[in-house]
Write a protein that binds this ligand. Structure first.
Ligand code: 13P
Length: 291
């Protein structure tokens, strides 16, 4: 416990501190003094590769990541996830075995099996070694007709197959300019993540990705993002209670880069990042993992 805290202080990293232990209050005061947040939640740094990387390119990137992250430098308070395209899942799974890197997929269908040409089921993902699945990304909502209702069905089926869903929400620029951001997000959360069991409600991951910040180089300010994250946690508290709301990770996504990640991650309700562009280069992604 003390060792972990001292190591974290030396390395300038954020330790996970148990507030109930003797060291907790001391560490808490120290970190508050230093402006560092204390969190019981393990941060999740997730790379969404989107429609990028052939099998060969995936192998190259993930080998590079694995090798550079194999020096024990990933702090115990964070998880690293890559979400390659479907075609690369199996080969990437082989490489990340016995490493700190976890495997996720970018989408799935809610039916079990059958005549759904072009779709992938939760069972297929599980069988390929997937632990997480991104659901309802804004690009899927925008180009492929994903709705809060389909998001909700997919989320439940992912859980039934022991895959943790990362449900994406976020407003467009037009909605933000019309002051509709909060009402849009409220509906996306209330409909999209409804109907979970008590156990599932503690494991869900939500990603807030303002559409206007995706791939544009425009990031929400840490304060803008924190405001929405706190709002999502408040709605989630109303839906599932305080315990569940304090357990879930809420990730921020939208032009997260090595030079803005620390400030984003310092916000109390931001528990990780869902990263597009900067997850495609090993060196950039590693900087994010070591924020
Ligand atoms: P960028 O990091 O490229 O803005 O993409 C964010 C995103 O959509 C992650 O899911």
């Amino acid at each position: 416990m003390y060792r972990d805290i001292l190591d974290a202080i030396k390395n300038g990293k954020l330790p996970t501190v148990d507030e109930n232990s003797f060291a907790g209050p001391v560490a808490k005061e120290y970190f508050q003094m230093k402006g560092v947040k204390m969190s019981k939640r393990v941060s999740l740094i997730a790379g969404n590769w989107k429609m990028n990387k052939t099998v060969e390119e995936s192998v190259e990137l993930v080998n590079d990541l694995k090798q550079k992250l194999s020096d024990g430098s990933v702090a115990s308070d964070r998880e690293v996830l890559v979400c390659p395209p479907f075609t690369s899942l199996v080969v990437v799974k082989e490489i990340v075995k016995n490493s700190v890197i976890k495997l996720g997929a970018q989408n799935m269908y809610f039916e079990k099996s059958g005549a759904y040409t072009g779709e992938i089921s939760a069972l297929m993902l599980k069988n390929a070694g997937v632990e997480y699945v991104i659901i309802g990304h804004s690009e899927r909502r925008q180009y492929f007709g994903e709705t809060d209702e389909s998001v909700n069905k997919k989320m439940k089926v992912a859980f039934e197959n022991s895959i943790i869903p990362i449900v994406c929400v976020g407003e467009t620029l037009q909605q933000r300019e019309k002051n509709e951001a909060f009402s849009v997000i409220e509906k996306q959360v209330k409909v999209g993540v409804a109907g979970l069991s008590a156990e599932q409600s503690k494991k869900l991951v939500i990603a807030y990705e303002p559409v206007w910040a995706i791939g544009t180089g425009k990031t929400a300010t840490p304060q803008q993002a924190e405001e929405v994250h706190a709002f999502i946690r408040k709605i989630y508290t109303e839906m599932y209670g305080k315990d569940a709301a304090e357990s879930i990770r809420i990730l921020y996504g939208g032009s997260v880069k090595p030079d803005n990640v620390s400030e984003i991650m310092r916000q109390p309700d931001i528990d990780g990042a869902l990263v597009g562009g900067a997850s495609l280069k090993a060196d950039d992604f590693i900087k994010l993992v070591r924020y």
